[in-house]
Every structure is written in structure tokens, then in C-alpha cells.
Write a protein that binds this ligand. Structure first.
Ligand code: DAK
Length: 259
């Protein structure tokens, strides 16, 4: 049996590839657990500073596996009691290192939700995003109704969730869902390049920055500003802060020690 999740190391970047091409990378237990295990490993590895999650040129992931969810035993009681596909889904969200989703082709349903759990999305020009669950008699269940409006506003999010329509890369970038667009054949290379740049910075600073930006969505402005001030002050306790500023003054490249 082929591995449904592949992981590779490129310099200081951990690359996770969803690998179920025959099913448009539909997300089943094995895929979600495989992604979570890869994240666990990269988080524990001191030589990794940034993680990239990707699929293939046709699909990042076309959603949760419908062939599993359509089974008769998948009734309310089963879904509720087993906390259906919840357990390992949130591992991306809890990653402390930066995570970039590199999306080519379809990112639908749980696939779009997975991409939105990452810190940012770089898209290929053929990317298509959507929450089409309404078409199969259900609704987004892994954050789509919450993260999509925060990313693109209520009007477009409501439109997508209620009609199930797809959004192309250009619209997604204009709406704020996507940070960058690349020609499909350059997506992975360019994403890895950006990830290497990120991974070359001080890891504790990256982690503090990520925490602070995420506060913007989880607290009031004043609370967020207070949190930012505290981690900003904390950064002056890092050797890397002294190194970064000394290197600037000495007109040389900083050598961060991640402490
Ligand atoms: N599940 C299972 N198989 C899928 C699939 C999916 N989501 N999407 C595609 N496939 C399979 C197709 O069945 C087909 O298999 P064969 O017939 O060849 O065996 C193969 O992939 C190729 O697909 P198509 O023949 O359909 O290819 P097309 O190019 O014509 O169309 C498509 C591509 C992506 C537009 C189309 O396949 C499609 O509409 N797929 C379904 C998209 C969808 O409805 N996605 C949302 C699923 S619901 C939760 C977390 C998450 C979720 C829920 C709860 N919790 C944490 C509680 C998420 C739910 C969902 O994502």
C-alpha cells in the first residue's frame, strides 16, 4: 500500500505531502493521522524552522473522504461518540512553528479548512477553494464557517458556504484568503524558497510573532496589543535579538542560535 502522507526535509524546512492522488487527496483517518505525525516529528526536530503542507498539482485536498462519511453507521450517535475526525485534525492549528499551505488544484471542504488552519496560503494559479458541503447535505465542520469569514469577510464567505461555489486563485488573493500566487509549476519551489527564508530567522522570534498575530483573531485589540508588548519585551531576553541588531550594525549576516 502506498503511503498516503509523505514527509521530506529540505534544509531547515519540513515538507508534508498529501498523497492520495486516486481520490483527489480526500482526507481520511490515515491521511489526517499521517499529517499530525509528521507535524509532531517536525515540531520536535530542532533543525526544522518552518513546515510546508502541500498536495499535488490537481488537488491540495478535495475534502473529507465522502466514501467513509456516507456509510450507514455514520449517524449522529456515531459521529458524536467517536468525536468523528476531530482528534488529530487540529494538530496543524496547534503547531508552534510556522506552517505554510502550498495549494494547487482543489482545496475543498475539509481541504480548504486544512489550508486555513495553516499560517498562510500560497496558491498556484490553478487553485480552487470552496466549502461545497451544502451540495452533499452537510456544512463545514472543521472551521470553515469561522475562519473563512475572518479571512474574506461575511459576504463572500456566506456566498461560498450557501451556494457551494468555488473561488479561483485570483479572487482568493484579492479577497485575502491567499498571500501569494505562483504559476503552478513554480509553486512548490517558490514556497520552499520562502519557507527557507523564514526558517533562517530566529525560531523563538518566529514562534512569538505567530502567537502575537494569532492573538488578533482571539482577543480584543487592547488585549492583543498588550500581548504583543509583552512578547516584544520578552524578545530582548534572546541572544538572537542581540545578534540580529549587532549584525545589522556590523553590516554582516546575522547568525541566529535559536535562543
Ligand atoms: N471524498 C472521496 N473521494 C473523492 C472526493 C472526496 N471528498 N473528492 C474526489 N474524490 C474521488 C472521486 O470519487 C473520484 O474517484 P473514482 O470515481 O475515480 O474512484 C476521484 O476522486 C476523482 O474525482 P472526480 O472524478 O470527481 O474528478 P473531477 O475532476 O471530475 O472533479 C472535484 C473533481 C474535486 C470537483 C470533485 O471530485 C468533487 O466535487 N469532489 C467532492 C468535493 C466535496 O464535496 N468536498 C467536501 C467534502 S465534505 C470535520 C472535519 C472536516 C469535515 C467535516 C467534519 N470535523 C473535524 C468534525 C469535512 C467535510 C468535507 O470536506
Amino acid at each position: 500500500m502506498s503511503q498516503v502522507v509523505l514527509s521530506e526535509i529540505h534544509g531547515r524546512v519540513g515538507l508534508i505531502r498529501i498523497n492520495r492522488p486516486e481520490a483527489m487527496n480526500a482526507l481520511n483517518d490515515a491521511v489526517v493521522s499521517g499529517i499530525a505525525a509528521a507535524v509532531d516529528a517536525f515540531e520536535a526536530d530542532e533543525n526544522i524552522g518552518c513546515i510546508v503542507l502541500t498536495g499535488n498539482e490537481k488537488a491540495f485536498a478535495a475534502g473529507a473522504d465522502i466514501s467513509v462519511m456516507k456509510q450507514a453507521e455514520f449517524d449522529y450517535m456515531h459521529a458524536y461518540k467517536t468525536d468523528f475526525i476531530t482528534a488529530r485534525w487540529e494538530r496543524i492549528k496547534t503547531a508552534r512553528k510556522p506552517v505554510i499551505a502550498a495549494v494547487a488544484g482543489y482545496a475543498l471542504g475539509g481541504g480548504c479548512e486544512f489550508a486555513m488552519m495553516c499560517d498562510m496560503i500560497y496558491a498556484a494559479d490553478n487553485a480552487k477553494f470552496g466549502q461545497p458541503e451544502v451540495k452533499i447535505g452537510t456544512l463545514p465542520g472543521a472551521g470553515g464557517t469561522q475562519r473563512l469569514p475572518r479571512a474574506i469577510g461575511k459576504a463572500k464567505a456566506m456566498d461560498m458556504c450557501l451556494t457551494g461555489r468555488l473561488m479561483d486563485a485570483t479572487e482568493a488573493e484579492q479577497a485575502g484568503l491567499v498571500a501569494r500566487i505562483y504559476p503552478a509549476e513554480q509553486l512548490l519551489e517558490e514556497t520552499l524558497k520562502a519557507a527557507q527564508t523564514i526558517a533562517g530567522f530566529s525560531l523563538p522570534v518566529l514562534m512569538m510573532t505567530k502567537e502575537a498575530v494569532n492573538r488578533a483573531f482571539e482577543s480584543s485589540l487592547n488585549e492583543g496589543l498588550l500581548f504583543e508588548r509583552r512578547v516584544f519585551h520578552a524578545s530582548f531576553g534572546l541572544e538572537d535579538q542581540k545578534e540580529g541588531m549587532n549584525a545589522f550594525a556590523e553590516k554582516r549576516k546575522a547568525v541566529f542560535k535559536n535562543r
